[in-house]
Design a protein around this ligand. Structure first.
Ligand code: ATP
Ligand code: MG
Length: 263
């Protein structure tokens, strides 16, 4: 048991909180992850800028070279340079993307966000996938950036659908979108009286053990053709709402949980 003592703002009262060790360990872990994530983001951003600058030069030089080639056969090589420079450019753009989005605040109805994401993913996966709704319709609206939350949830639900390939083929793939109100929860070093508690649960194979601890880091992927940016971006957007994404995954059940403070 850990005991926390803190002064309550009014009246000079002292608040005594007793935490089970498990909750303390969780808080320490969250803290550590947050620090690592900040350091990582800084590194990635600097690196992306450094890569971006010379890329234009490389591409331009390859184009000039292409015009002066003695034999058109050699164009195959300049095309590789141009193509790969473009690929890197788009990767770097996506790495820098979250810092370019302004945060536009309005009233958010989380079920509208869920419905939007649900229909987008069902268009992409029209057969063999069921997306169940389990909504608590008493959830209040809150102030936030609707588009960013759609993007964050979309990245998570898309991952789930992509992980479900085998079950989609078998016809029993399932994703559940569950919304609840959480009361008296602590995350991100703060205690909140009310929070949105949104779960995306799938019955897929689970997050690969080898990357489980690092899935929110940029460029970490377990998927052929994945760029490892979806969850990083989702986490950034949710953090801008003072929230947090957690993951709990075993084979057969993967649960991504988004927590966002409510007024
Ligand atoms: N629901 C899930 N079930 C199993 N594995 C998952 C799930 N969600 C995420 N993962 C794993 O986490 C990895 C990282 O996900 P993330 O969205 O950050 O990147 P990505 O999907 O590989 O690429 P991108 O989203 O940038 O196209 C995935 O490649 C996948 O291995
Ligand atoms: Mg993804």
């Amino acid at each position: 048991m850990h005991v926390h003592l803190s002064c309550v703002e009014q009246g000079g009262d002292v608040l005594v909180e007793c935490w089970p060790l498990e909750a303390q360990a969780r808080q320490d872990r969250e803290e550590r992850l947050r620090e690592q994530a900040l350091a990582n983001k800084e590194l990635i951003r600097n690196l992306a800028h450094e890569i971006k600058n010379p890329l234009g030069g490389i591409r331009g030089a390859a184009q000039l070279l292409e015009m002066d080639l003695p034999s058109p056969d050699l164009q195959e090589y300049t095309q590789v340079i141009i193509h790969e420079a473009d690929r890197l450019q788009s990767l770097v753009d996506r790495l820098l993307a979250p810092h370019r989005h302004p945060h536009q605040v309005g009233d958010v109805n989380i079920h509208e966000v869920c419905e939007r994401v649900r229909s987008l993913v069902l268009v992409e996966f029209p057969r063999g996938l069921e997306i169940k709704r389990d909504y608590d319709i008493s959830l209040p609206e809150f102030r936030g950036d609707r588009e960013q939350l759609i993007q964050a949830l979309l990245n998570i639900v898309q991952n789930a659908a992509q992980a479900l390939t085998e079950r989609i083929a078998a016809g029993d793939a399932q994703i559940i979108l569950r919304t609840r109100v959480a009361r008296q929860v602590t995350f991100g070093r703060q205690r909140y009286r009310l929070a949105l508690d949104l779960h995306v649960i799938d019955n897929g194979p689970g997050v690969p053990e080898t990357i489980k601890e690092r899935i929110f880091y940029p460029l970490v992927t377990g998927r052929d053709g994945g760029s490892g940016l979806g969850l990083t971006l989702a986490q950034t957007f949710v953090q801008r709402h003072h929230g947090l994404i957690e993951c709990d995954s075993v084979p057969g059940r993967t649960d991504f949980r988004i927590l966002i403070p409510l007024p």
